[in-house]
Design a protein around this ligand. Structure first.
Ligand code: NAD
Ligand code: UFG
Length: 354
């Protein structure tokens, strides 16, 4: 069977770019589709530097159905990995309509364009936030879902939409991947997370403290019912996470219908444990202060990854030290991230009918 190309929406972003590297290394043809809203074209150049292969790239929006149809028409695509979306939990409480429009309407438009182009395999970036405050740790996929923020609800609603589609039309296959907390960077030190403004997430914030861009880390609460009072999360190396997408694509070849999997390590770490792990990578103690809890945080989100281990033949293999060392390698080599490099795509890569 001749393998066709994979369309990767959001492929210039943090998890998307690392997944594109794994796809190219596995010999897959890749078409990136990203509006560069939260990313830089420099990430695409760096993907080429790392793999020696240039992915096809379009600067275009998933809300732009005509652009999507044009791209599906230009390339022989048989599956989509759908990363494109807005992802800041806090911001989603301020501008919920933008989140619902981009993440839900955008996904519906993508699914319509896929249907019209007869492309019916999709891997979707869901999130551990769909579990809300789970009753059992580690969390199995059967745990009740109850997202606590507009962002989390966009993920949950999209899961329902895709599941309903697969129920109604049996020729669709979908892998809903519930990521736990991605961390780390590409081992080359050339590519990593490139947050704009003040980072919302723990690890990129810590990395900016380490290069002197921020004075100290604020630890949000030390009175949670955990071993040291700070929240527990399941930090998964972004390269392991990327590989989970290749395993999911392979699974879709078995025509499973709609399947959902946790992508996590099964091991939880507290905020203080993460600070100490990153201190070790950096070689000194980083300053932090305990402050009030952050609204919306839950004490513990740790995956039960057994189902993905069993059905996808996938397992997280890299350690927390690997994640911390790669993050430090990336941040110390690129203290300003991708800032200062030309961020926009070449004119010929732009499609815009909006
Ligand atoms: P990211 O912001 O780095 O990447 C998302 C990419 O999508 C960006 O390059 C952005 O420009 C693009 N994009 C956004 N809206 C678009 C649109 N309308 N049309 C075209 N492109 C658009 O984020 P990430 O951390 O790589 O996350 C990827 C996906 O995984 C997101 O859907 C996110 O919600 C989900 N996720 C992330 C995490 C995390 O902690 N990073 C955890 C769970 C789930
Ligand atoms: N934290 C701090 N200080 C900071 C940032 C975070 O103490 O400056 C703490 C948080 O309170 C939390 C932990 O570090 O206890 C992890 O917080 P992150 O913001 O890094 O990650 P979240 O678990 O809140 O959310 C992330 C993504 C979501 C995704 C979820 C999956 O932002 O998109 O992981 O578990 F859905």
């Amino acid at each position: 069977m001749v393998q066709k190309a994979v369309l990767v929406t959001g492929g210039a972003g943090y998890i998307g770019s690392h997944t594109v590297i794994e796809l190219l290394n596995a010999g897959r043809e890749v078409v990136i589709y990203d509006n560069l809203d939260n990313s830089s074209y420099e990430a695409v150049r760096r993907i080429e530097k790392i793999t020696g292969k240039a992915p096809i790239f379009y600067k275009a929006d998933i809300l732009d159905k005509k652009a999507l149809l044009e791209v599906f028409g230009r390339h022989a695509i048989d599956s989509v990995i759908h990363f494109a979306g807005l992802k800041a939990v806090g911001e989603s409480t301020q501008i919920p309509l933008d989140y619902y429009y981009n993440n839900i309407t955008g996904t519906i438009i993508l699914l319509q364009a896929m249907k019209e182009s007869n492309v019916k395999n999709i891997v979707f970036s869901s999130s551990a936030t769909v579990y809300g405050e789970p009753p059992v740790i580690p969390i199995p996929e059967t745990s009740p879902t109850d997202a606590k923020s507009p962002y989390g609800r966009t993920k949950l609603f999209v899961e329902h939409i895709i599941r309903d589609l697969c129920t109604a039309e049996k020729d669709w296959n979908a892998g809903l991947l519930r990521y736990f907390n991605p961390a780390g960077a590409h081992p080359s030190g050339i590519l990593g997370e490139n947050p704009t403004g003040i980072p919302n997430n723990l690890m990129p914030f810590l990395a900016q403290v380490a290069v002197g861009k921020r004075e100290f880390l604020s630890v949000f609460g030390d009175d949670y019912p955990t071993r040291d009072g700070t929240c527990i999360r399941d930090y998964i190396h972004v390269v392991d996470l990327a590989k989970g997408h290749l395993a999911a694509l392979k699974k879709l070849e078995e025509n499973p219908g709609c399947v959902e999997y946790n992508l996590g390590t099964g091991v939880g770490s507290t905020v203080l444990e993460m600070i100490h792990a990153f201190d070790k990578a950096v070689g000194r103690e980083l300053p932090y202060k305990i402050v009030a809890r952050r609204a919306g945080d839950v004490p513990n989100l740790t995956a039960d990854p057994t189902l993905a281990n069993k059905e996808l033949g996938w397992k997280a293999e890299l350690s927390l030290d690997d994640a911390c060392n790669s993050l430090w390698n990336w941040q110390s080599n690129n203290p300003q991230g991708l800032e200062g490099f030309p961020a926009d795509a070449p004119k010929e890569a732009v499609i815009n009918y909006l």
